[in-house]
Design a protein around this ligand. Structure first.
Ligand code: NOJ
Length: 767
């Protein structure tokens, strides 16, 4: 028999593009067990392993596990179920597989745990706004514990798709527009879910679950931000922007990946051999399990590249899709496909090997029940420890977009506060779009939290006024009356949870429903107004973003939304989140991103000049990538580079001093950007290559040092990652548009790098 994992001998170029996989190989005895098992399997049993039916619907987990389903399990016809949950239920289902099927192969149980299982925490875009990989890791770890306790082994997360078009509803599920930030957040989540660390047992450790980086490889580039639509990308953009977060996830040890629904330059990903088998499995030598997206194998017919399901099955298997999520095409048609083309047979063996290997890595062959724990289910969900993590995450995710006149934190002189907007009491929305087992009753709401924290005697009233789901303006006069008698207005307008997410693309990024009218009427009263802006994407709302003095981007914050917001509003915590994606000035500016290339005619404010801009809107985003204010102020000084010249394989230490010049303790996100000003191809005007979130007391100063490798400037080329000789500009600042310090060094000679520049994390120390 040939090699079980199709790690073909690497071509010279493959080695240049590849890397050592962080997912450890199986121990020799485990590998032998997998081989021995495979040798015993019938064709039907092998195909059974590739079959992942839905065990229920998203809102009715387990509902499809009936007598017929159990019979199929007994026949070895199922490898995995998705949309199932519950320690007791899954124990029984697993028992059927390991006691009543011929080969006793355990099932893999999967579910979408995207931002929490029962203890929901902020949506992924908000988690990216924390710019804090440690809290991201901690929340994923907490989610893994709850998921594992409920008997599940595998989450379909992290979603690591780069999203540069806010019209795309799924922007809420990822880390935004930047591949470096995306890679760091991807790796942090993988480590959290899988529990890997130097001293842990990795995937076989208690409470570890398999992570699934999705949706490989350019789902986020859907044309026009329309979900599922084609991605039309240059190879350079694919390799430099869209693939690096997957590479980072692979390097962090992600056990599985899911392919995208859409096509890339006309090749549907589910059948894209060059991308999945070629890049992911061969060049990157990543040894994990690839699952299709929901029904995507059957949809190859709609894509117009397969005439029938038999062809679709053959194409997907050739491409390297190991497991068929929900379409049933492998189960029903792979046998025919193999009888027509026996060369598919070793490919099936490879797919089954990857599936059995994943089960082996989790330790399921030794203890198929090791995950579920009925007793812990009762205590661990939404326990105080988990609430504390969710609250810290929620506080850290809030972004202060503006704060004219220092309106925030709320002054004690605000004795009467009017909370206006239907969203202020929409607790369901705080759960976000992927709720898993989240319950609205677990959400700590805003109004009681405000009342609990406000100085005694503060009067807090709520008037809905208008909401995002209706054009009804009849409630607006009451809101205006409340504003008139208030000292301060908290106006909560934005999206609800269902405006973003899968298939929730919007052609217009303005405030939905009658909220614009509400905002205009309330602002016209002339009282101080703080806007709370919940959303799963950047919004275009000039009526509040330009007119209100203070605005907080509040996303959907999970079960601790109310207390976290109250903490920020009353200054118990200072906001320190940063935008992981810029807010455009107009929907028609999309897609727009800070890391664009310069063009021959850079944008100029002078409309008499013909430059790269729109005539009817100012240049650039309203709030740029990396933007976020604080209740404190920070001074940057003393930039130093430890060398002027660096070898292509070397690194430069970039140091600076950051000081809190304000009067409260607060967090600053120090951001490192680079630019290659003269290269063989146009390079972005600025690219993030490092960041750190530091907490500083008033007057406190710290020395921050980034270690930037020359390889992090590498440019993609079909021959491999190329490091070009020449000058590199270094910029350090508080956002992509607020650069405080500049320096430069020279890469002394050309060289080669081994992996995507944006997938290399920059070590940073704070002294
Ligand atoms: C389709 C979505 O695209 C994917 O992200 C998700 O994991 C699956 N459905 C399973 O729910």
């Amino acid at each position: 028999m040939g090699p079980l994992i199709d790690r073909r001998a690497l071509l010279a170029t493959g080695a240049a593009l590849g890397m050592a996989p962080a997912l450890p190989a199986l121990a020799a005895d485990q590998d032998a067990r997998v081989r021995a098992l495979l040798a015993q399997m019938t064709l039907d049993e092998k195909i059974g392993q590739t079959h992942q039916p839905a065990g229920g619907r998203q809102k009715a987990l387990n509902s499809k596990i009936d007598a017929t389903a159990l019979d199929l399990v007994r026949k070895g016809g199922v490898g995995s179920y998705l949309h199932v949950a519950g320690a007791a239920f899954l124990r029984e289902l697993q028992r059927t597989a390991v006691e009543e099927s011929r080969l006793k192969i355990p099932l893999l149980f999967a579910i979408d745990v995207v931002h929490g299982f029962r203890t929901l925490y902020p949506v992924p875009l908000a988690m990216a706004a924390t710019f804090d990989p440690e809290i991201v890791r901690a929340t994923a770890r907490m989610a893994a514990v709850e998921t594992a306790v409920s008997g599940l082994h595998w989450t379909f997360a992290p979603m690591v798709d780069i999203a540069r078009d806010p019209r795309w509803g799924r922007i809420v599920e990822g880390a935004g527009e930047d591949p470096y930030l995306g890679g760091v957040m991807a790796a942090a989540q993988v480590r959290g879910f899988q529990g890997e660390g130097p001293s842990s047992k990795g995937l076989a450790a208690k409470d570890s679950i398999l992570a699934c980086a999705k949706h490989f490889g350019a789902y986020g580039a859907a044309a026009g931000g329309r979900d599922y639509d084609s991605a039309e990308l240059s190879d350079r953009t694919l390799n430099e922007v869209y693939l690096p977060p997957f590479h980072a996830a692979a390097k962090a040890g992600a056990g599985t990946m899911m392919t995208a629904f859409n096509d890339l330059n006309g090749a549907p990903t589910t059948a894209n051999t060059a991308l999945v088998r070629g890049v992911l499995k061969t060049q990157w030598t990543w040894p994990g399990l690839v699952v299709s997206d929901w029904n995507a194998i059957l949809e190859l017919i709609n894509h117009g590249i397969a005439e029938n399901p038999v062809q679709a099955a053959a194409l997907a298997l050739k491409a390297g899709i190991d497991m068929d999520m929900a379409s049933g095409v492998y189960a029903a048609h792979l046998k025919t496909a193999i009888s027509q083309d026996p060369s598919l047979s070793p490919l099936l063996d490879q797919a089954v090997t990857r599936i059995l290997t994943a089960k082996m890595r989790l330790g399921l062959f030794d203890d198929p029940y090791r995950f579920g724990d009925v007793e812990r289910e009762k205590t661990v969900f939404v326990g105080p420890e988990h609430r504390a993590i969710a609250r810290e995450a929620a506080r850290k995710a809030v972004v202060l977009l503006k704060n004219d006149g220092g309106l925030l934190p709320i002054a004690p002189s605000a004795r009467k506060i009017a909370v206006i907007g239907a969203l202020a009491t929409d607790n369901l929305s705080q759960l976000g779009s992927w709720k898993a087992r989240g319950q609205v009753a677990d959400v700590a709401p805003l109004l009681p939290a405000l009342k609990a924290i406000a100085p005694t005697g503060t009067e807090i009233v709520h008037v809905a006024g208008a909401g995002p789901r209706s054009d009804d303006e009849t409630g607006i006069p009451a809101a205006v009356e409340a504003a008139k008698v208030a000292d301060l207005v908290l106006l909560m307008v934005g999206e609800d949870f269902d405006h973003s997410g899968e298939s929730r693309s919007r052609s217009d990024l303005s405030l939905p429903g009658a909220q614009s009218a509400l905002a205009r009427a309330v602002l016209a009263v002339g009282k101080p107004v703080v806007v709370l802006l919940p959303s799963g994407r950047p919004l275009v709302a000039p009526e509040v973003l330009e007119r209100a003095p203070a605005v907080l981007a509040t996303w959907f914050l999970g079960v601790e939304a109310g207390p976290a917001l109250a903490d920020i509003l009353f200054g118990k915590a200072a906001p320190g989140g940063r935008l992981p994606v810029g807010f455009p000035r107009a929907t028609g500016q999309s897609p727009t991103y800070y890391a664009h290339v310069p063009t021959g005619r850079p944008a100029d404010p002078d409309l008499a000049k013909d430059t790269v801009r729109y005539h009817d809107v100012d240049i650039g985003p309203l709030f740029p990538f990396g933007h976020g204010l604080s209740y404190a102020s920070f001074a940057y000084s003393d930039l130093a580079l430890d060398r002027d010249n660096v070898a292509p394989s070397g690194a430069v230490k970039v140091s600076l001093t950051i000081a809190n010049t304000g009067s409260v303790a607060a967090d600053e996100v120090v951001q490192l950007y680079v630019r290659d000003p003269v290269a063989s191809v146009a390079r972005p005007v600025k690219e993030l290559r490092g960041f750190v979130r530091v907490t500083l007391k008033p007057g406190e100063r710290r020395r921050v040092t980034f270690t930037l490798a020359a390889a992090q400037l590498a440019i993609w080329s079909p021959e491999g990652w190329r490091v070009e000789a020449g000058k590199v500009e270094v910029m350090v600042g508080s956002s992509s548009a607020d650069i405080r310090l500049r320096g430069a060094f020279t890469i002394a000679a050309p060289g080669k790098a081994r992996e995507p520049a944006t997938a290399i994390p920059t070590p940073v120390s704070v002294a």
